[in-house]
Write a protein that binds this ligand. Structure first.
Ligand code: SF4
Length: 245
């Protein structure tokens, strides 16, 4: 087990996390990003697609990632994926989205949490992208945060997965595991992005969310983590862990 206070060995830790992730299904928003041709999740084969198809995928991906992340808030991963795919079969651009009624969007994304409020936000985001940003999702943090229903977590996920701009998306899994691993010492998830920016090498800012979400869902969950079967056991001081399996 890693001594408390010693420096993390980032390369070895992330190699183990990538090996773990290779054996598991991607989180829902990462899957949407990959399907849509998002820059951070594109498969190597996609690089061989035609220039026109690649350009269209790159243009569409930030919008699909943004909307699926809005849908994902307080919603289980499998529900997010199914809701997003139902919606995107009907509308995958801001213009197409505005052709749907609010009630129709509610039907398509149900049963995700807060589906009525999210349907209204999806329409408002689509309208503002068309009217204020020329039909393209903006690529700055301040512009993304100005959209209804978009907080730091969503904005950073769109920057990373949609545009390939290094940004750390902190959700409950990233916050919990980064603290248990002793990388940061924070109480609130809202403080963890800035804390991680101070310690985590930039090359890991985009993949850290995908990797720790998978890891949190399967090994280092809330409650008692599975430390006995954890591939990161040698690197983890188990900060704050009072009981484990
Ligand atoms: S499962 Fe246990 S050993 Fe593994 S990262 Fe979580 S707290 Fe650390």
């Amino acid at each position: 087990m890693r001594e408390r206070g010693s420096e993390p060995v980032w390369g070895e830790i992330f190699a183990l996390l990538e090996a773990f992730a290779a054996e598991h299904e991607l989180p829902s928003v990462s899957l949407i990003g990959r399907d849509a041709g998002g820059r951070a999740e594109a498969e190597p084969a996609e690089a061989e697609a035609s220039a026109e198809a690649s350009a269209k995928a790159e243009a569409d991906a930030p919008f699909l990632i943004l909307i699926s992340t809005v849908i994902s808030l307080r919603t289980r991963d499998e529900v997010t994926l199914a809701s997003s795919r139902r919606l995107f079969e009907q509308a995958s651009t801001p213009g197409q989205m505005l052709c749907l009624s609010r009630e129709r969007i509610e039907e398509l994304i149900y049963p995700c949490g807060f589906y009525r409020m999210k349907a209204g936000n999806i329409l408002e985001i689509s309208r503002r992208i068309l009217e204020e940003h020329g039909g393209r999702v903006p690529s700055t943090l301040s512009e993304l945060l100005a959209f209804p229903g978009v907080g730091l977590k969503t904005a950073n996920l769109v920057l990373g997965l949609g545009f390939g701009i290094p940004a750390i998306c902190v959700d409950t899994h990233v916050h919990r595991i980064a603290n248990r691993m002793g990388w940061i010492q924070t109480v609130k998830p809202d403080d963890s992005a800035a804390a991680l920016e101070g310690v985590l090498p930039r090359e890991y800012w985009i993949p850290v969310n995908r990797l720790l979400v998978l890891f949190g869902q399967n090994v280092c969950g809330p409650g008692r983590p599975w430390c006995s079967r954890c591939p990161l056991g040698d690197y983890c001081p188990q900060m704050g862990v009072e009981a484990f399996r």
